[in-house]
Design a protein around this ligand. Structure first.
Ligand code: RIB
Ligand code: CA
Length: 318
């Protein structure tokens, strides 16, 4: 029998989170044990029902717990003026979320951190945690459950960048939304894999490839094509790219096929004090700091392989 890798997804669903969950839904070698939600693209009281809706769209029945509504130290985001709503839509799903039925399930009556701990304790093997939003829940979990660190296989997260940013000129959004949480994660003893902008910015999906999702994925594929529309228009207009960037799919794709990325192993810390750089993932690619490597950093991605995985995955829903 195929050995499945147990995973927890921690998400701020989100257009590209929706596409990463598609890869999980279709993966034969992943065993999704729980999903936790966090603020990020939208407030957590939006990302949680979005997550429930998307899991139901994909026919996945797993416990979902609502997580952090704010960063560990910084004040909560004011979503009435936050720019993310222009990118992911006011509803976080490209303004087409109302095409899906309201979720029939509720989140479990447990914190995200406690659901993570429960899933990890109940699992015979080590757990992989994939995070595609701010690292707030993960930081809270690591602080609350030090005894469980050794049962975490790794934390594979979308966030950060060795070079550049998308929130400030040197800050990526998931890290920038909670730099203190991210630093707690980087300083932890758990193995870390960072899938940041250095690799993810290559992972755009063209209009033709979006059409292929619609053509191969029944109603689910058509929904995904529509969900990506506004997000795609914005990447074309602001980023000068041929389409939407599927940042959050990369850590999941790596679990399915390691050759989808090239990794460097180095020391990474989060700048916490900079006036313009708070939230920058300072990445010591040349070993200048002489500090031990603490993170595998994705520096390159195979875009065509990644998009091909989505087109294969959506066929499950045809
Ligand atoms: O910087 C890209 C990240 O920010 C993605 O996780 C996207 O969903 C947004 O949260
Ligand atoms: Ca995300």
């Amino acid at each position: 029998m195929l050995k499945k890798r147990p995973i927890i997804m921690d998400v701020d669903t989100g257009v590209d989170d929706t596409l990463s969950l598609l890869l999980v839904a279709a993966a034969e070698n992943l065993d999704l044990k729980a999903v936790t939600t966090v603020f990020g693209n939208c407030a957590v009281d939006v990302t949680t029902p979005n997550t429930l809706k998307i899991l139901e769209l994909y026919g996945m029945d797993v416990p979902v717990a609502a997580g952090a509504y704010r960063p560990v130290i910084d004040p909560p985001i004011d979503y009435s003026i936050a720019p993310m709503v222009d990118i992911h839509g006011r509803d976080g799903l490209g303004n087409v979320g109302d095409r899906l039925p309201a979720p029939t399930k509720q989140p479990v009556n447990m914190t995200a951190v406690d659901l993570m701990a429960k899933a990890i304790k109940e699992c015979d093997e080590k757990m992989t945690i994939v995070a595609t939003g701010p690292l707030t829940n993960i930081a809270h979990f690591l602080l609350a459950y030090p005894d469980l660190h050794e049962k975490v296989e790794c934390i594979a997260f979308m966030g950060g960048a060795a070079f550049g940013g998308n929130m400030g000129f040197s800050v990526e959004a998931n890290i920038g939304h909670d730099p203190d949480a991210a630093q707690i994660v980087f300083m932890s003893d758990v193995p870390k894999y960072m899938f940041g902008l250095d690799a993810t910015m290559a992972c755009f999906i063209t209009d033709d490839e979006r059409q292929a999702l619609a053509d191969n994925g029944g109603e689910t594929g058509k929904f995904l094509q529509a969900c990506l529309q506004q997000y795609s228009d914005i990447y074309k207009a602001l980023g000068g790219l041929p389409g939407a960037v599927l940042h959050d799919s990369l850590p999941v794709a790596w679990l399915l096929d390691e050759t989808v990325v090239e990794l460097a192993h180095c020391h990474v810390e989060v700048e916490l004090k900079g006036v313009k750089t708070r939230g920058c993932t300072v990445t010591d690619l040349r070993g200048y700091s002489k500090k031990p490597a603490n993170t595998y950093v994705a520096m390159k991605a195979d875009r065509e392989k990644l998009i091909g995985m989505h087109i294969e995955a959506v066929k499950k829903f045809n």
